[in-house]
Every structure is written in C-alpha cells, then in structure tokens.
Design a protein around this ligand. Structure first.
Ligand code: ADP
Ligand code: MG
Length: 559
C-alpha cells in the first residue's frame, strides 16, 4: 500500500508533539472529543435545514470505549464523517502554521499547557498513541475509508467498512515508559475523570461503559460487578442557564464541584455579556483566605472555556493581581479553540474580557460595601490586604477606585471605616488625616504620640499591617487631605503662640537637652521639647517622610 508522507510543516509539528515533554498529555482526549462534537454540530445543523435528513436527538452522541486486551482507546461519533478528500486534506495537512513558528521561536521555554494555548487538535493523539486509525463514513456516502498512521513516517488511506455515518478514532496506546504511565489512558476511572474535567459541558452525551456494583441477589452483604453504559458529561453548563432558574445552592454546589475552595463562597457573580466581545462568567469571592494564598504555590486565574470546552484551568491574565483571590470561570464563543492557538496573552478578545471582568468585580465590591457592610467586612478581613497592595503597586487610575474600597480601624469609632467616612466626619479645623502605626489596636491606643490628636477631638486611623503606610504614601492624599502620621515631627496642630512658647522653653532648657543628647548619642537625632504630650513624659517622633515603622520595614528588607 502506498504510504503518503505528511506535508513538511505537519511533519515538523508531529515530531515536536511526540518528542517534546508535555506535562499535560491528557488533553488529547479533549481535542478528539471536541472534534467529534464539531462533527455532530455539522450534521445537526444540516439536518435542521434539510428536510431529507431525519435524525432523532438520541442519534447524536459520542462514545468512548476502552479495550485493554488490544490496548485501544476509541472515540466514536455520529457526526458528519469525512470523504476521502477530506481525510487527505484535514488529517494530512496542518492548516495553521502560525502556531508552529511561534512554538519554534519559543522552543526554549517549557511546553507546559502548550496545547491549551494553541492546541494542535487531532495530532495530539500521537502523544499517547503509537498508532492512530480513523474509520470514517461521510454523510451521503456509501463508502467508508480507513486512515492509518504511526506518526512521522506518514499515513495510508484505504477503503473500509462502516455501517453508519460518522467517525471512529482508534488509538493504540503506547507502552509505559519510565516517565509516563501511558496505560493510565486505558483505565476506566482515569479516562472518565479526564472527560469530566475537560469536556463536561459538551452539548452531546459522551457515553462510556463503566463497571458498577450492585448487591448480589440471594446472598446477604455480597456485591457483584456489572457493566453499564453511562453518560459521563453533564452537558448543560450552569453558566448558560438562566439566572432566574438558579438558586444560591446551585452556585454553591458548582463552587464545591469545581474545587474553587474549601469554604463556602461569600458572594457569587453571574455575568453574561453580549457586545464587542461575548462571554459568560461565574465568579466567586471566597469567604476565607485560602491556606496557601501567601505561598508561591497559589496561582491566580480563572478557568477559561471556549464554547463549553476547557482550554485553560488557570488563565492568569483574566485577573489583575489585586483581585487574585477571585475564583471562577469564563466561557466565550469568541475564543474558539482555533483562536486559542495564538498566544492567549496577546489575544485582544481576552484582554477585553479581562478589562470587563475587572470592572464587574470592582462594582460588585462597591455595592457590597454600600449595601452589605457586614459581608464586605468579612471579605475585607480575608482579602483587604490585597487591595492595599493594589493601591501600592498600581500607578494607573485603578488607585482611585481601590482607595474607596479600603477600610481602616478608627480609634475614635472603634470600628472599620472608609477614608470617605473619615474625611466626612472631620471637624472643620482639622487639616490632615491622622494615622498611627503599631502592632495592635490596643498598643496604638496607648501610644503617647496619639494624645494631642485625640485631645483635639480628631480621629486616628490605626495601621497594623506593614503595607498600610506604604499604600497611603502612594495615595499621598485623599480628597485633598494629606495623610499625617501622629509620630511625625510636625502635626500641624500647634497654634502659633504655642510654638513661640515652645521655642522659649527650649532655649531655657537648652543645657539640659544638650546633656541628654550627649548621653543618648547616636540613638536619637535630637532631643526637643514637645507640646503633644499630656500623660506621658516622653515620646519618639520621626523627622521627614519616613515614620519609625516604615524605617523598621525598610531596614528589615534584604539589600
Ligand atoms: P480543528 O479541529 O481545529 O480544525 P484538528 O486538528 O482538531 O483541527 O482537526 C482537523 C480537521 O479534521 C477538522 O477541522 C475536521 O475537519 C477534521 N476532523 C477531525 N476529527 C473529525 C471527526 N471526528 N469527524 C469529522 N471530521 C473530523
Ligand atoms: Mg479540533
């Protein structure tokens, strides 16, 4: 039989597929199932418009079969099938070469999830199979053809037998190697979970015969195994359902099912956008900080689906860093598996979605703060620090929105307040927004530096996290009020006559202060008289922009 060589491009791609180290071989099944689903789509739409074709709903399905004896995994569909020419053109040539040149340029980088980013569909079968056989019969044709290939050498096509229209893909699974347990792909449980993971929302049933157990008749307590065909996928994704039909429990169940977190979600958002870019998303604010949130292991990102098919389990570019706590998924028809073959990061659609999602999260948080303060404070306790990091690291306009989402503990109110609330309740003569840093609220309360400010009837924001002061320094001011540490040299409170008096007292006691400075030496920069103290004899203050707390942080940083 005549063996046809693959076209040059295809050959290189194939070589790359087979020999590269993919940590994610399992996605071959997703690709083949997606192709099967596409093929059924085609026949389905044809039947809709062609009255000569009659199909019932149960005629459309995909079947996955495992034969351990022949080490074969097969994917059978009732789709439109392929003619001889189509076999030649579709499976002999790879259409896109853009992805190939991209891969070549990026050869050095690791190949992780490479297909997820610009999958190469059918060819991925060769990652797990030593031989691939395609038996297909096209709609409207009586002849069937068999396409066979063992990889780079090329392929053969010959006539074959097939009773019904559709396609069967038979994969002769590779033998186990030291690095890879290929026979996993012949394991019923494993195959099922791969289907569930990537193809749960394929619109047609994916059937598979599975082993089950039932009580053995007549013998108490004994079980027997039996085989039964099951539909593995749930088909209708929750995000395509009407919001009105869904309950909080449904969203909670999805959160659990997807293992987005071990807690219950605090809040969910169901977003459906139609416009320049269309997408559905279900996003969650978790209630508690994930245990690994502050470790390197924590990965931000959302699940990304293209038309119901998972293409990436953590698409990081969909979330800004300061919203890295958000969990959930995005599904867009505008991101076909084909589009995804380009570099996702530079994908315009994806950038639009990301921008849109960011503003949805922001308005959700704004609304929560306004209407569900208790809930917001629970959220803030878990993730407020992240927003402060957002303020600190974002030079753009996001700072303006983020600053209004911040809460700080008010010394006067003894509760969490926003900057707006602070400024709104400032007495008219108050010039600055005062804050004090310390390890706990109790400690801050006892700080001698707070006395004068408190005495004036001004409120003080308590900063107990290192990031607090850094974030505030980035803001510089809020509603034209500058931030001022109660530990700064000049509090802006002393009246002019006080200043004069202080000056005079300083002169009178100069000898004493000089002596003190001599004893303390380098430990202090100067010893001065202070008007800010009432009950405490002495306090430390900082000169210049840095407070003592900030200096501590900076000094602790590795150089
Ligand atoms: P893509 O699906 O992105 O087009 P693939 O490499 O996955 O790329 O598949 C190549 C082509 O082969 C498909 O476009 C389709 O025309 C054809 N094909 C693959 N699998 C099937 C199938 N099960 N039934 C019919 N045609 C198929
Ligand atoms: Mg495909």
């Amino acid at each position: 039989m005549q063996k046809t060589e693959f076209k040059a491009e295809s050959k290189r791609l194939l070589e790359m597929m087979i020999h590269s180290i993919y940590s994610n071989r399992e996605i071959f099944l997703r690709e083949l199932i997606s192709n099967a689903s596409d093929a059924i789509d085609k026949i389905y739409y044809k039947a809709l418009t062609d009255s000569n074709l009659t199909f019932a709903k149960e005629d459309y399905y995909i079947k996955v079969e495992i034969d351990k004896d022949t080490r074969t995994l097969s994917i059978v569909d009732t789709g439109i099938g392929m003619t001889r020419d189509e076999l030649e053109n579709n499976l002999g040539v790879i259409a896109q070469s853009g992805s190939l040149s991209f891969k070549r340029e990026n050869e050095a980088k690791d190949g992780h999830d490479i297909i997820g980013q610009f999958g190469v569909g059918f060819y991925s079968a060769f990652m797990v199979a030593e031989e691939v056989t395609v038996i297909t019969r096209a709609l409207g044709s009586d002849s069937a053809y068999v396409w066979k290939s063992a990889g780079v050498d090329g392929y053969t096509i010959e006539s074959g037998q097939k009773a019904t229209v559709g396609t069967e893909i038979l994969l002769k699974i590779k033998e186990n190697t030291e690095d890879e347990n290929y026979e996993d792909y012949l394991d019923e449980y494993r195959v099922r979970s791969i289907i569930k993971k990537y193809s749960d929302f394929i619109r047609y049933p994916i059937k598979m015969e599975v082993t089950r157990q039932r009580p053995k008749e007549g013998s108490e307590g004994e079980f027997e195994e039996y085989r039964e065909e099951q539909t593995i996928n749930s088909m209708v994704p929750i995000w395509r359902k009407n919001k009105n039909e869904l309950t909080d429990e449904d969203y909670e169940a999805f959160y659990m099912e997807k293992h987005y977190g071990f807690d219950k979600p605090l809040k969910h958002m169901h977003i459906s956008v139609d416009g320049a870019v269309s997408y559905n998303a279900i996003l969650y604010l978790p209630e508690t900080t994930p245990f690994d949130f502050y470790t390197k292991e924590y990965e931000k990102g959302l699940e990304l689906y293209s038309n119901g098919v998972l293409i990436m389990s953590k698409a990081p570019d969909l979330l800004p860093d300061y919203y890295r706590f958000v969990k959930g998924m995005v599904d867009s028809e505008d991101l076909s598996l084909n589009i995804s073959r380009e570099i996702l990061q530079q994908n315009r659609q994806l950038q639009l979605i990301a921008k849109n999602i960011k503003s949805k999260i922001t308005s959700q948080l704004q609304n929560m703060l306004k209407d569900e303060r208790d809930k917001y404070e629970v959220f803030y306790k878990s993730f407020g620090t992240q927003l402060k990091y957002g303020v600190y690291s974002d030079y753009g306009s996001n700072k303006d929105t983020l600053q209004d989402l911040l809460l700080f503990y008010s010394l006067k109110e003894e509760k969490m307040i926003t900057l707006d609330e602070y400024v709104s309740s400032m007495p008219e003569d108050q010039k600055y927004i005062y804050y004090a840093t310390g390890e706990t609220y109790e400690r801050i309360e006892k700080l001698p530096q707070t006395e004068l400010v408190v005495d004036k009837g001004y409120d003080i924001l308590c900063f107990i996290e290192e990031i607090d002061e850094f974030a505030i320094k980035m803001l510089m001011n809020y509603k034209e009020k500058e931030f001022k540490s109660v530990a700064s040299g000049d509090l802006g409170i002393e009246a002019d006559e006080d200043k004069e008096q202080t000056e005079q007292e300083a002169q009178e006691n100069k000898a004493l202060f000089d002596e003190m400075k001599k004893i303390l030496g380098d430990k202090v920069k100067a010893v001065r008289i202070s008007k800010r103290l009432k009950n405490h004899p002495v306090c430390l203050t900082a000169d210049g922009d840095l407070t003592i707390e900030m200096e501590k942080v900076l000094n602790a940083m590795p150089n």
